[in-house]
Design a protein around this ligand. Structure first.
Ligand code: ADE
Length: 227
């Protein structure tokens, strides 16, 4: 899987994803992350990429030309045709595990990160296929949301997680939150590990875990149970 990110802050993307499990997957050649600096495509002598909004109002708007040229160069250089281009924006559909699964089927994914007050609508109409938000709150830019999505999609790509990591029962895989986990020592600040987990009785352990999952889901995410 090749991730491409059109951004004004390429270092943020590269530095963030070069760590931990995504970093390992990059080193092993299972995924690649290519951050393209939109500013390099500015035709302005000061490398300006934004301007005042037509009609007035606060803030600046990212101009269409540098974004379009960055996209055109990226697709041409990499021989990518008809890619999915995800515009990361609070105005989009809310990202979830199901969307991640869909995106994980692609060979190439292009993310467009906005900044300032927005992006000229015409370039969005030209290149974007999916408008995706990571939740009902507003960040300063699209880089963190793009990294959130890339991380989530990456771990669904075959070979990114090792056996132990992927064998874990997962939150959301069955619309239930995960059960509580314990490790050594058996007692911490007077709190004991639940007896059943020390019993070695797999049937009872399974049952206990399912009960705890249901209890948690009922408490924190009752909306998941309705699904
Ligand atoms: N850009 C700013 N806020 C965002 C959000 N919540 N989701 C996606 N992109 C964003």
């Amino acid at each position: 899987m090749n991730f491409h990110v059109l951004t004004l802050f390429p270092d943020m993307i590269i530095n963030g994803l070069n760590e931990s499990i995504t970093g390992r997957a990059i080193k092993n050649g299972i995924i690649s992350v290519n951050a393209v600096d939109i500013r390099e495509y500015s035709q302005n002598k000061h490398k300006k990429v934004d301007d005042y909004p037509y009609g007035g109002g606060a803030g600046m708007v990212m101009q269409a030309q540098p974004i379009y040229d960055a996209y055109a160069d990226l697709t041409k250089k990499n021989g990518i045709v008809n890619p999915r281009v995800i515009y990361v924006t609070p105005q989009g559909h809310t990202f979830n595990q199901g969307m991640a699964k869909e995106f994980a089927k692609e060979d190439n994914l292009i993310f467009l990160c906005g900044h300032y007050e927005g992006v000229d609508e015409r370039v969005l109409e030209e290149i974007v296929t999916d408008y995706v938000s990571i939740g009902d709150y507003v960040l300063t830019g699209g880089e963190l949301p793009a990294m959130v999505m890339i991380d989530t999609i990456s771990r669904l790509v075959k070979g990114v997680l090792n056996n132990e990591e992927s064998a874990q029962t997962e939150t959301f895989s069955n619309n239930l939150l995960e059960y509580p986990q314990y490790t050594r020592p058996e007692e911490f600040r007077g709190k004991k590990v639940p007896e059943v987990l020390l019993s070695g009785h797999h049937g009872n352990i399974e049952k206990w875990r399912l009960e705890k999952s249901l209890e948690r889901t009922r408490k924190y995410r009752p909306d998941l149970l309705e699904k």
